[in-house]
Design a protein around this ligand. Structure first.
Ligand SMILES: C[S@@+](CC[C@H](N)C(=O)[O-])C[C@H]1O[C@@H](n2cnc3c(N)ncnc32)[C@H](O)[C@@H]1O
Length: 465
């Protein structure tokens, strides 16, 4: 059973607190209710608690506020020594709530008796350092489950170039079904399999299938399993793919275990009439009416520990500031078509060189938007808006940091929704395991679960022995 963060006796109370926190007007604003790009249009700063903004304004620079906010995420007691003195009490409590609501992210340290997995050299050399570390850690954990649970086959969905699949086949002796929606990914994986000396259909079977969790694929997987016990794995299964996989795991009788790491939460399809399988997927979250906007899901994709305090005049800081000023200018002038302004955020085609000045930035954006410099927006207006908002650069920097801060809470609610889904469908020992080193791999939460041995399932009970 998943261990809720300390202070929570049970997962349901924890889940309810997560929902309540994310539905608070402040969280809704920060997770995109007012997008940072629109901060000057809707005066986002003035909508934050006055005691907080007054304190941030009193600090020597916005970086001090940014650094303090990011430091506040650190859980270890010694981190509190680095907290800035003078934080308003209400901010203190709010930051404490974020810590309490966030699932543990420190990488699980497996005992030395669990064997390491040696990634074949021919595969290792294709991977960047981050991917190699993920494959090593993921394969070790998955192999351990397989070896201790009589599992001989793994279905790797969203298998990409096959790094995990082929490592499990070559280094762990598991039979692998590698499924990906992209024919070119499967082609790459097949080529790598040949280089690793693996035989198609013997050691590894490749399938191009775009997974939506349908019964047809469940039947195909079941046929491949040939009655053997399987684990369903996903390494950075993006967006709704993770959810489709968890559904599949409940549909295929041969799948006894699931181990899925998600990513790209911005690609999750929210529940709607046209997406009845959309997020959230658990009955509990649905009954408690969890709602996350598409921009809140984007918040879940941030990497707080890789977020250095950005000076407002750094390239990164300038980009956000210029965007917010130009959005305000275009909004005031009403030069964009309604659809462009409100529904679709136009692609502005900005390049790093355009960040040399607000003028250069605006020129590029206007041409991408088919607007004319000098006619739709004048040079005087560009200079005037830059002057007018210059002193408020710090607001954008802090607003951005606040949105990064909520990342872990958003990720936690997504993971807990998946846990509850599996539990509701009769899985046990469902857990969320931080399998990778968080700083290197911010998407490090693996949802794992094991099907109950049903009394009437001869196959499962036989395999259970
Ligand atoms: C982030 S990559 C991860 C690849 C691989 N697991 C790894 O860790 O290297 C996600 C992969 O999932 C595949 N994918 C995304 N959505 C899919 C879907 N609905 N069905 C099948 N494959 C999908 C993509 O083509 C891509 O190869």
């Amino acid at each position: 059973m998943v261990n809720p963060p300390s202070g929570y006796a049970d997962i349901h109370t924890y889940a309810k607190d997560l929902i309540a926190f994310l539905h608070e007007p402040l969280s809704v604003q920060i997770t995109g209710g007012i997008h940072v790009n629109d901060a000057f249009i809707y005066n986002a700063w003035s909508k934050l608690p006055a005691a907080w903004t007054k304190w941030w304004d009193s600090l020597p620079s916005p970086q001090h506020a940014q650094k303090d906010l990011i430091n506040s995420l650190r859980n270890e007691p010694s981190a509190r020594l680095d907290d800035l003195p003078g934080r308003p009490e209400s901010l203190q409590q709010w930051l404490q709530r974020i810590r309490t609501l966030s699932l543990e992210r420190e990488q699980l340290v497996l005992p030395a008796c669990i064997p390491e997995v040696r990634v074949p050299e021919v595969l290792a050399q294709k991977m960047v350092t981050k991917k190699l570390a993920e494959v090593k850690a993921g394969a070790r954990y998955i192999n351990h489950i397989c070896k201790t649970q009589n599992i001989t086959r793994v279905i790797d969905i969203g298998s990409g170039q096959g790094y995990l699949s082929l490592t499990l086949a070559a280094a762990c002796g598991l039979k692998v079904l590698a499924i990906d929606g992209s024919a070119s990914q499967i082609q790459g994986s097949k080529a790598a399999a040949r280089q690793a000396g693996l035989k198609e259909d013997e050691d590894v079977t490749h399938l191009v299938r775009y997974v939506t969790g349908t019964d047809e694929l469940a039947e195909e997987i079941s046929a491949w399993a040939q009655g053997e016990r399987c684990l369903l794995a996903g390494l950075h299964a993006c967006g709704s793919l993770s959810e489709h996989m968890l559904r599949l795991s409940t549909l295929v009788p041969e799948i006894s275990h699931a181990a899925v790491v998600g990513c790209c939460f911005n690609h999750i399809k929210p529940l709607s009439v046209s997406h009845p399988d959309g997020f959230p997927i658990s009955t509990f979250m649905r009954e408690n009416e969890l709602k996350l906007s598409p921009s809140a899901l984007v918040t879940g994709c941030q990497a707080p520990t890789n977020w250095p305090p950005q000076p407002p005049n750094s390239v990164f800081g300038r980009k956000a500031f210029y965007r917010a000023v130009l959005e305000k200018l275009l909004h005031d002038k009403q030069v964009l078509a309604l659809g462009q302004q409100q529904q679709q955020r136009p692609v502005w085609g900005i390049r790093t060189g355009d960040l040399a000045s607000f003028y250069a930035y605006t020129s590029r954006a206007l041409s991408s938007l088919n607007l004319t410099l000098g006619k739709d927006v004048t040079e005087e207006e560009i200079a005037g808006y830059e002057r007018r908002f210059e002193k408020r650069k710090g607001e954008i920097a802090v607003l951005q940091t606040l949105s990064v801060l909520l990342c872990r809470v958003v990720e936690s609610v997504i993971a807990i929704d998946r846990v509850m889904f599996l539990e509701e469908r009769g899985m046990e020992e469902v857990d969320v395991v931080p399998v990778f080193e968080y700083k290197e791999s911010p998407r490090n939460l693996m949802v794992v679960g094991r099907k109950k041995c049903r009394e009437n399932s001869i196959l499962e009970c036989w395999l259970e022995r």
